[in-house]
Design a protein around this ligand. Structure first.
Ligand SMILES: Cc1cc2nc3c(=O)[nH]c(=O)nc-3n(C[C@H](O)[C@H](O)[C@H](O)COP(=O)(O)OP(=O)(O)OC[C@H]3O[C@@H](n4cnc5c(N)ncnc54)[C@H](O)[C@@H]3O)c2cc1C
Length: 385
């Protein structure tokens, strides 16, 4: 049984986060990724436990509180890439790992909560990302119980600047569910080479790149869980991502809906206001529907995680949530782009629409097509990847 936080408690948390994010964003306008990251993180977004609110009206579970904070940061105008990076670290790495790391390992990572230490999730390789068992990066067991990491990860968000990577590597040559293991790797050592940031077109505010491991020595405590549990951990991190990563879009969607409504109310042509057209009104209503569905789904996932449901239990619903929000985000942005006319394609118009970033959501955290295959298989169809 899941208990949803009251809508007003969530709205209060979103409003509080938006208020502090606005000042952090204006103080760091024009700053680089790390500067803006630190300023936003200072609000406690990456804390393991949510800070109580100043008026004592907290009461949200940790996942819902983190979600409301990310929504507030996006609502305040944080660029989508920054919101994505925050959601990715919090929900794709920190939450899934929180019960798996000893206090000693957690401390050895450095000050993640202050934003000084940036994490990344290194799974994908040049050969592809959807089929983890095809990876070639390997961690070879050494006599002292440690590992030697060799290989290359690519298309990794924050790779050019991250400090610690959650890196998946094969510890067995076989193609079995126990062939992979996960490691926390310090990326600041000379045996790790980083690429220049890729010139990507989606979520441009956070860099992406590759990491080459040229024989990185890992002490035994860098292994997360036990040898061979990498695929199980990956199942957990991807369930978290599918459930929660698209939370990054909620704030930007709210902002775009507000400005589109303002535009349709004020713009005059054909001797009347644009918003008095039924076609225009229907497009705005479709945007509101997409946002409503997306918020309901993501906050529903957060409530279930706060209620203690295990990621594995909600994996099927997490996949449906990810497909639904990703596709609603594309449809939503398309409607906004139609209504903004030429201004949708002019950077400083105030109505510029980023159509590429929403589309990218169909690829990461499991391509939507492959998730559809999983959904159909769960329903009983004899379909394989
Ligand atoms: C913005 C962004 C951020 C990312 N950040 C990270 C990160 O931080 N860390 C990381 O490790 N990776 C990251 N990735 C990479 C991402 O995880 C991979 O792109 C993803 O796993 C898909 O792998 P692929 O791109 O190789 O697609 P492929 O596996 O090549 O699939 C491409 C398409 O082929 C079709 N397809 C392929 N096989 C099938 C099949 N069997 N059935 C049906 N359709 C099929 C589908 O349409 C699918 O979308 C990121 C990607 C993006 C876009």
């Amino acid at each position: 049984m899941t208990t949803r936080a009251s809508a007003s408690a969530v709205e209060d948390a979103v409003a509080r986060a938006a208020e502090s994010a606005r000042s952090a964003l204006s103080l760091t306008a024009g700053g680089d990724f790390r500067t803006r990251w630190r300023a936003l993180v200072a609000q406690g977004l990456l804390d393991e436990a949510p800070r109580p609110s100043a008026d004592g009206s907290g009461g949200l579970g940790p996942v819902t509180a983190a979600l409301a904070t990310i929504e507030g940061i996006g609502l305040a105008g944080a660029p989508a890439g920054l919101c994505y990076a925050l959601a990715s670290q919090r929900f794709g790495i920190q939450f899934p790992l929180r019960s798996m790391l000893s206090e000693q390992v957690r401390r050895s990572l450095g000050d993640v909560a202050s934003g000084d230490v940036l994490l990344c999730h290194a799974l994908t390789e040049e050969g592809g990302g959807s089929d983890p068992l095809s990876m070639s990066t390997s961690a070879e067991r050494q006599e002292d119980g440690g590992y030697l990491l060799t290989g290359m990860k690519s298309f990794v968000t924050a790779a050019p600047i991250a400090d610690i990577g959650l890196v998946f590597a094969r510890t067995s040559a076989d193609r079995t569910p126990f062939a992979l293991s996960a490691f926390l790797v310090d990326l600041r050592v000379p045996e790790v080479k980083r690429s220049e940031p890729f010139r990507k077109t989606a979520l441009t505010e956070v860099p992406m790149g590759s990491l080459t491991f040229g024989g990185v020595r890992l002490t035994p405590d860098r292994l997360v869980g036990h040898e061979g549990s990498g695929l199980a951990l990956l199942t957990a991190t991807t369930a978290w991502e599918r459930a929660m990563l698209l939370s990054y879009a909620l704030g930007p969607m709210r902002r775009v809906l507000d400005r589109t409504v303002d535009w349709c109310r004020s713009r005059e042509h054909f001797g009347r206001r644009m918003g008095s057209s039924h076609l225009v009104a229907a497009r705005v209503a479709d945007m509101a529907l997409a946002l409503h569905r997306s918020r309901e789904l993501v906050y529903g996932m957060a409530a279930r995680l706060d209620a203690g449901e295990r990621p594995r239990q909600l994996a099927a619903d997490a996949a449906l949530t990810k497909i639904s929000v990703a596709e609603d985000y594309v449809m939503f942005t398309k409607q906004a782009a139609m209504l903004g006319g030429v201004r949708s394609f002019v950077e400083d118009s105030g109505l510029c629409a980023d159509l590429i970033s929403p589309m990218a959501a169909s690829t990461y955290a499991g391509p939507n097509d492959l998730l559809r295959v999983t959904v159909a298989r769960e329903l009983g169809l004899p379909v394989e990847n």
